[in-house]
Design a protein around this ligand. Structure first.
Ligand SMILES: NC(=O)c1ccc[n+]([C@@H]2O[C@H](COP(=O)([O-])OP(=O)(O)OC[C@H]3O[C@@H](n4cnc5c(N)ncnc54)[C@H](O)[C@@H]3O)[C@@H](O)[C@H]2O)c1
Length: 309
């Protein structure tokens, strides 16, 4: 892992960001910039880092970039939830595309440029014909969120090739774990703990997701900061394996000790796709592979879920 560096992490008080900051801060000097819109101060409790409450990338955050002498900047800050982008596309566009490009533009104008990692999502691809999903596959997003993230990837590539900004895109596949208060696993846990005999699940149960436990994602992210070029290219951060929604529901019931009748509601929510499984070919070059078994990740997530008031 990189050591002794000055690192700025936007969105560092959020789900992924806080696990990444915890890992990096053990051997680096980390500053977090977060507006605490979905993130929480408590996610950073006990971690040796500085939290600046500000919008990324408004005036105060950009001033930090200009004066901070950072070696690395990680842009995690974003709306991280597809349904929000469907309900509020303009909000998503401003937060998820305009703001990261502002960061790239600020870095472009620096004499000593930090290395930048921007975060994208498998949602850039849309419904694909072949699996696993490679970084070079044609992208056809089906949500404002996916379109915004695709824009980020393309701007990162252009800022690297046209202006020489040292940037890479890390394309995340769905994550899960403690502190996540959205998406499939959290939604199912909430429903599982609600009264009633049925567990209503969107779709057919046959949809498949490449689910990575969040601490593995933080370790993989750190590996990608250390290894591989900052040349505008994109690398998947994924397990390479698909888990069906039916298996997720079963595993959650087993780990929770709550049994309900699963009722598949059919249909799909706007922005959802049938399968999302990533190729690990590029990721493997960093030497990283996910290590947490799916069942263990679920067990830790259930333990956390039960501990929150
Ligand atoms: N969690 C996943 O499964 C997943 C999958 C693919 C991609 N991603 C991407 O990973 C990143 C982190 O997602 P997450 O799941 O941790 O979400 P999250 O909502 O927990 O974290 C986002 C953090 O950014 C902060 N934030 C949002 N907009 C901001 C702004 N303009 N200025 C400052 N702070 C801001 C929030 O307060 C929060 O702390 C996002 O870019 C998301 O799109 C996540």
């Amino acid at each position: 892992m990189i050591q002794g560096k000055r690192i700025l992490v936007s969105g560092g008080a959020g789900f992924l960001g806080s696990f990444l900051v915890a890992r990096l801060a053990t051997v680096n000097r980390v500053t977090v910039v977060d507006d605490l819109s979905t993130g929480r101060r408590e996610n950073l409790r006990g971690i040796d880092c500085k939290l600046v409450k500000a919008r990324a990338w408004g005036g105060a955050a950009c001033a930090l970039v200009k004066k901070g002498g950072f070696d690395y900047i990680v842009n995690c800050a974003a709306n991280g939830y597809i349904p929000v982008s469907v309900a509020r596309p303009w909000f998503d566009f401003e937060n998820n595309l305009v703001q990261p490009v502002k960061l790239l533009e600020t870095v472009r104008n620096l004499k000593k440029r930090p290395r930048v990692a921007v975060v994208s999502s498998a949602a850039v691809l849309g419904e694909v014909r072949s699996l696993p999903m490679r970084e070079t596959d044609l992208c056809a997003p089906v949500s404002p969120y996916g379109a915004g993230k695709l824009g980020v990837e393309q701007y990162a590539s252009v800022y690297a090739s046209v202006y020489g900004v040292p940037v890479k895109t890390i394309r995340l596949f769905p994550l899960f774990g403690p502190r996540q208060r959205k998406q499939l696993i959290y939604d199912l846990l909430v429903k599982l703990h609600a009264p009633g005999p049925d567990l209503r699940v969107y779709g057919t149960g046959r949809e498949r997701r490449d689910l990575m436990y969040v601490e593995d994602a933080a370790a993989g992210f750190a590996a990608l900061l250390e290894k591989g070029a900052f040349d505008g290219s994109t690398v998947n951060l994924c397990t390479g394996k698909g888990v069906s929604v039916a298996r997720v529901a079963e595993e959650l019931m087993r780990a929770s000790g709550i049994r309900k009748r699963i009722v598949y509601a059919g249909g799909m929510r706007a922005g959802d796709v049938k399968a999302m499984i990533g190729s690990t070919t590029r990721l493997k070059k960093s030497g990283f592979a996910a290590v947490t078994p799916f069942e263990e990740g679920i067990r830790r997530t259930v333990t956390w879920f039960r501990s929150v008031p």
